[in-house]
Write a protein that binds this ligand. Structure first.
Ligand code: CA
Length: 222
C-alpha cells in the first residue's frame, strides 16, 4: 500500500484529495502547513507528497528545498499542486527535484493518473511487482496478498515471481523446473506440481490465477 502526504491549507482541496485518494486505496495523511509536514516526516516517510506552494508560514518552495537536501527523503516522489502557473516557477521547481507539477484548478482524475504513473515508476525502481492485490518485493523476497504477508518458501516465491513477470504465458513443467531449480531433470518435474499445489493453497481465494494446462504446464492467465 502506498502512503501519500498531502500538504495543503485549503480545506476544500485537501478533503477532495483525501476522499479520492482513499477511495483509490491510498493511505493519506494531511498537513495544513509545511512546518507540520516536516514534523510528520520525522515519524512517517510517505511514498509521495502532494505539495501546495502558497502556505501559511514556510512556503512550499522552501519545503521542497529542505527535503531534497536530506538523503533520507530522496525516494519520496513530489507532485506540486499550485495556482502558480508561471513557466519560470514550474521549470525551476521541476529542476529542483519536483517530479511533476499540476496547476490549480485541476482535474482530480488527471492528478490521480499522474500519481499512479509516478508510483509505478517508483515500484519498478524498487524491484516490486503488483498484480491483483498480490505484491512481490524482489529486494527482500517478501510477498503480500492484499497487504498481508504471505508465508512462501523461496521456490514458491520464485515461481510466483516468474508467473507475475510473464502474465498470459504457459510454462511447461520442464521449463519451470529448469528456470527455478536450475537444471534439467525429467523425473523431477513432479516437484513442480507439488510446489504449484502448495503455492495455490497459499494464494487461497486467488488460487485460480494460476491456471494449469493439461499435459503442458502452468501460467498466470488473465
Ligand atoms: Ca494554499
Amino acid at each position: 500500500m502506498f502512503n501519500i502526504l498531502i500538504v495543503e491549507d485549503e480545506e476544500t482541496i485537501s478533503h477532495l484529495l483525501e476522499f479520492n485518494l482513499q477511495s483509490e486505496g491510498f493511505k493519506t495523511i494531511l498537513a495544513e502547513d509545511a512546518n507540520l509536514a516536516l514534523l510528520i516526516l520525522k515519524d512517517f516517510v510517505p511514498n509521495l507528497i502532494i505539495l501546495d506552494l502558497m502556505l501559511p508560514g514556510l512556503q512550499g518552495e522552501d519545503f521542497l528545498r529542505i527535503i531534497k537536501a536530506k538523503p533520507e527523503y530522496k525516494d519520496i516522489a513530489i507532485i506540486i499542486l499550485s495556482a502558480k502557473s508561471q513557466e519560470s516557477v514550474i521549470t525551476t521547481l521541476l529542476a529542483e527535484g519536483a517530479d511533476d507539477y499540476v496547476t490549480k484548478p485541476f482535474s482530480i482524475k488527471v492528478l490521480i493518473a499522474k500519481i499512479k504513473a509516478l508510483l509505478r515508476r517508483i515500484e519498478k525502481k524498487h524491484n516490486k511487482i503488483k498484480f491483483e492485490g498480490i505484491e512481490l518485493d524482489f529486494d527482500t523476497f517478501t510477498a503480500y496478498n492484499d497487504g498481508i504477508q504471505m508465508n512462501l518458501t523461496t521456490k514458491e516465491f520464485e515461481l510466483l515471481g516468474l508467473f507475475l513477470s510473464n502474465p498470459n504465458k504457459i510454462f511447461s513443467r520442464d521449463e519451470l523446473f529448469t528456470k527455478i531449480w536450475g537444471f534439467d531433470d525429467q523425473i523431477q518435474t513432479r516437484t513442480v506440481d507439488v510446489h504449484i499445489s502448495s503455492l495455490r493453497k497459499k494464494l487461497s481465494s486467488k488460487s485460480n490465477l494460476i491456471k494449469s494446462k493439461p499435459k503442458i504446464g502452468y501460467g498466470l492467465i488473465l
